[in-house]
Design a binder for this molecule. Sequence first.
Ligand SMILES: Cc1cc2nc3c(=O)[nH]c(=O)nc-3n(C[C@H](O)[C@H](O)[C@H](O)COP(=O)(O)OP(=O)(O)OC[C@H]3O[C@@H](n4cnc5c(N)ncnc54)[C@H](O)[C@@H]3O)c2cc1C
Length: 414
Amino acid sequence: MRRYSAFAIAREAFRHHLGWERAWKSPTPKASYDAVIVGAGGHGLATAYYLGKNHGITNVAVIEKGWLGGGNTGRNTTIIRSNYLQDASAAIYEKARSLYETMSQDLNYNVMFSPRGVMMLAQTEHEVRGYKRTAHANSLQGVETSFISPARVKELCPIISLEGPRYPVLGALWQARGGTARHDAVAWGYARACSDMGMDIIQQCEVTGIRSEAGQVTGVETTKGAISCKRLGIVVAGHSGVLTEMAGFRLPIESVALQALVSEPIKPCMDVVVMANTVHGYMSQSDKGEMVIGGGADGYNNYTQRGSFHHIEETVRALIETFPMLSRLKMLRQWGGIVDMTGDRSPILSKTPLEGCFINCGWGTGGFKAIPGSGWGFAELMAKDESPLTAEFGLNRFREGRFIDESVAAGVAH
Ligand SMILES: Cc1cc2nc3c(=O)[nH]c(=O)nc-3n(C[C@H](O)[C@H](O)[C@H](O)COP(=O)(O)OP(=O)(O)OC[C@H]3O[C@@H](n4cnc5c(N)ncnc54)[C@H](O)[C@@H]3O)c2cc1C
């Protein structure tokens, strides 16, 4: 595949842009692959990429019922950070954050990683204690974060009101190398690199059944015919329960709608990401100038990719407390995705009761930031049956009570 470069842009400008190749091929499925990944979101595509890049397994198909990146990967608010509390989480999220730093170069695709800094506001004494504890844990884990004063919060983000009507800003947990990236570009960059390695990305193809013999996975049934495989990775976020039912086991997962909205574009006024978890809202400004806004998940299980109206009202009300200037803005559009929530708010990257079948899910409201780390670890698990990055995130932890409690880091915050 031809490399993207400044020279290539100049060359194509002189020939009416007729020389660009398709970024990825659209093949018909083969009868058999060494590995099949269900779900062409960021996590599925990253898994395929690292199967090829790190383990030399390239006879791989990624099967997607819609279009690639059309699930949560293309619907999220793109916050990247690694300021989690538990060691296992810090390891996988920091691996991911560090891979984001060089992702554009690795994939030869501009993913617009913008390490502009992420702050999580402390608006109660309880939050102050919680975030100071996280900052101490992070320094032991080698993750760079600090607890900053209200004055520093105001300096970094002048549009914040420190004296909210209900909750004053008492400080914040600050990660200077956190930020955002362009979500579609992450999916497209991985897809292009996978296709370049000879992998098949098969879109508009739904997996409708999982085949097995004597407790070993043998393949999948799809709307484009049966495909056999030795290894199967299920990476379908909000549809994980649907797929594992086909495989004959259940997950401790709930599927819930999570929504986001954007305002009309305005001049640059905020160059950090701010989360206000007590009042339940967060915000950043996109390159186009829109304020990108999100809140918590809906309080009941459902599969609609829309979300409820009362949640929009609550989120906007919460953010107006923190950013009064928002009251003058018009909201442009709103959308939702279906997220997969575990009880301890940590993901599942695991072998399953079906031999050869692996599951990657439970990223809930915060899996975009984890895409490269998750792909790295899950590919290793699929290739070698174990990975230091995924060891703590097995399904058995729910049976054995070894929860990885991240309800402070991932309950509201994304
Ligand atoms: C509104 C919103 C805001 C968010 N904000 C953030 C944020 O700021 N930061 C952050 O880190 N995370 C955020 N997230 C969470 C993040 O988007 C997800 O955790 C992450 O994108 C999950 O990626 P994935 O690849 O696992 O799933 P997805 O991108 O959902 O991909 C799964 C794919 O599987 C496909 N699929 C399902 N069933 C089948 C089938 N039977 N056959 C074939 N294919 C199938 C789907 O079509 C889909 O494309 C947010 C999520 C939402 C909804």
